[in-house]
Design a protein around this ligand. Structure first.
Ligand code: GLC
Length: 497
């Protein structure tokens, strides 16, 4: 070999080894990053773990807090609000009633006709969403918007809608926020949750505010019942089935209501001496316990939220927050493990960009190349060309976060059953069934969440699970409110007299 050829060969060999070294280094760097990403994932899984034992502790803590909240006002993080609903629908309700449903992603106005047999419940409704600026504006602006939507709905009513002569229209108002009720048709707002923040409404009588707005617009309608969505859900389910003992909302927010023996409530005699039972709105979204598997991601979500320190249980479970938790985890993986490459995808820094329906779609992707995950990454986070490895991690992340939420809500439900003494096996010959009514988009549309919730109930209750029936109470917050307007109608008893 000549000198030139030898030199060329040496240079060539050197070039190859440099390229190899670069490739090896690149590979090592990548695998180090990948290793770091997996480390974050493993640590997350560990910190979100909800063993049966831990869930039982949480159920116990829920029962303890329920007792404490009932015993004295401010005695617990659980408000355990008296709803003045001591008369649940029986299936005998008749007539036309209106409902307003405010407190989730949508705002709805409904007219419901309760009749006979097949025509038992016929409803018409309009959906709209509350414009973002009204969620953080003034009380008048919000209630004027609500009243005008209602007035428009009534103005468009067909000829076929008629109330008995001389009767006022009656409305059940589902207002799904913590309210201290003063009667079935009045109550003051304690605080906002779920992204609403209208300072001047706090402490106000919600029915008073709505009534003033109805007067401003000139609509003659009586607000007959002010209800929480959990209470509407309970009422709706009770219309079909008197064995309903509790209702749980798994939607934008989360909460539960249940039927309590009146004598378990102090000062009962002063409030409603004639009732034997009363529905309690627990406001369990604000539950907190040292047993909750909180992570650094929950801490940052909480710190950046509109209501830091509040609604900790809700922030771990409900539809408003699940996608956001995933986003915060992804951001850390992108920053510390270059999970999506050398630059952090800018969209990942936008709070609430990843919504729970997106998360659910990714979680349910059963295609071999996870193409739904790929399209969500592209469309929502503007991350093109994700590898299959990355997509698999995405599914795993959704699974960890959703399962933790579903399992915690099942533990909360067991806490209620314990409080009611319905967590024990039936004695021979007993037929008692405890029906739990559930509503909310998370339960209705996020199949894996629902399956995990139900599976966990069974895991925690063992044989007692056979005595429990979980039913979906469709549209509880709408139809349930109209039903309560019927149960508490000002015209009740007039037919007979
Ligand atoms: C929030 C509200 C509560 C409501 C729940 C479900 O937790 O504070 O009143 O029932 O969301 O919508």
């Amino acid at each position: 070999m000549g000198k030139v050829a030898v030199t060329a060969a040496v240079v060539f060999a050197a070039a190859i080894s440099t390229a190899t070294a670069v490739a090896v280094r690149h590979h090592m760097k990548n695998s180090a990053k990948w290793g770091k990403a997996l480390e974050i994932l493993e640590e997350l899984e560990e910190n979100c773990a909800t063993s049966t034992w831990k869930l039982k502790q949480i159920a116990d803590a829920m029962t303890v807090e329920m007792h404490a909240g009932l015993a004295s006002e401010g005695g617990s993080k659980l408000k355990m609000l008296i709803t003045y609903v001591d008369n649940l629908p029986t299936g005998e309700e008749k007539g036309v009633f209106y409902a307003l449903d405010l407190g989730g992603t949508n705002f709805r106005v409904m007219r419901v006709h309760f009749g006979e047999a097949e025509e038992q419940i016929v409803n018409e409704e309009v959906h709209t969403s509350i414009p973002l600026h009204l969620m953080v504006g003034t009380s008048d602006a919000l209630f004027d918007f609500i009243a005008s939507t209602l007035a428009k709905f009534v103005a468009e009513e067909g000829e076929d809608v008629h109330l008995p002569a001389g009767r006022q229209r009656e409305l059940g108002f589902t207002f799904s926020f913590p309210v201290k009720q003063l009667s079935i048709a009045s109550g003051t707002l304690i605080k906002w949750t779920k992204g609403f923040s209208i300072e001047d409404a706090i402490g106000q009588d919600i029915v008073g505010e709505l009534t003033k707005a109805l007067e401003r617009i000139g609509l003659d309608m009586r607000v007959t019942a002010l209800v929480n969505d959990t209470v509407g859900t309970l009422a709706r389910a009770h219309y079909d089935n008197p064995d309903v003992v509790a209702a749980v909302i798994l939607g934008t927010g989360t909460n539960a209501a249940y039927v309590e023996r009146a004598n378990a409530i102090p000062k009962w005699q002063d409030l409603l001496p004639n009732s034997g039972e009363m529905v309690i709105n627990m406001e369990w979204g604000n539950f907190r316990s040292s047993h909750l598997p909180l992570t650094e991601y929950d801490e940052s979500l909480n710190a950046e939220s509109l209501n830091p320190g509040e609604q900790i249980f809700e922030k771990m479970i409900s539809g408003m927050y699940l996608g956001e938790i995933v986003r915060i985890i992804l951001l850390r993986m992108a920053e510390e493990a270059a999970f999506f490459g050398d630059t952090v995808p800018p969209k990942l820094r936008t709070p609430f960009i990843l919504r729970s329906p997106d998360m659910s779609a990714m979680h349910h992707d059963d295609s071999s190349d996870l193409k739904v995950v790929d399209s969500k990454l592209r469309d929502v986070l503007e991350i093109p060309n994700s590898s299959l490895k990355i997509r698999k991690v995405m599914v795993k992340l959704c699974d960890i976060v959703a399962s933790r939420g579903a399992r915690l809500s099942a533990a909360g439900t067991v806490g209620i059953l314990k409080k009611l003494g319905r967590d024990k096996s039936r004695k021979e010959g007993e037929k008692q069934t405890s029906v739990i009514a559930i509503d909310g988009a998370l339960f209705e549309h996020y199949t894996k969440f629902r399956q995990c919730f139900e599976g966990t109930l069974e895991e925690l209750l063992g044989d007692v699970y056979e005595t429990i029936s979980v039913v979906q109470s469709h549209d509880g917050s709408g139809i349930g409110a109209a039903l309560l307007a019927a149960s508490y109608s000002q015209y009740i008893g007039l037919e007979e007299s």
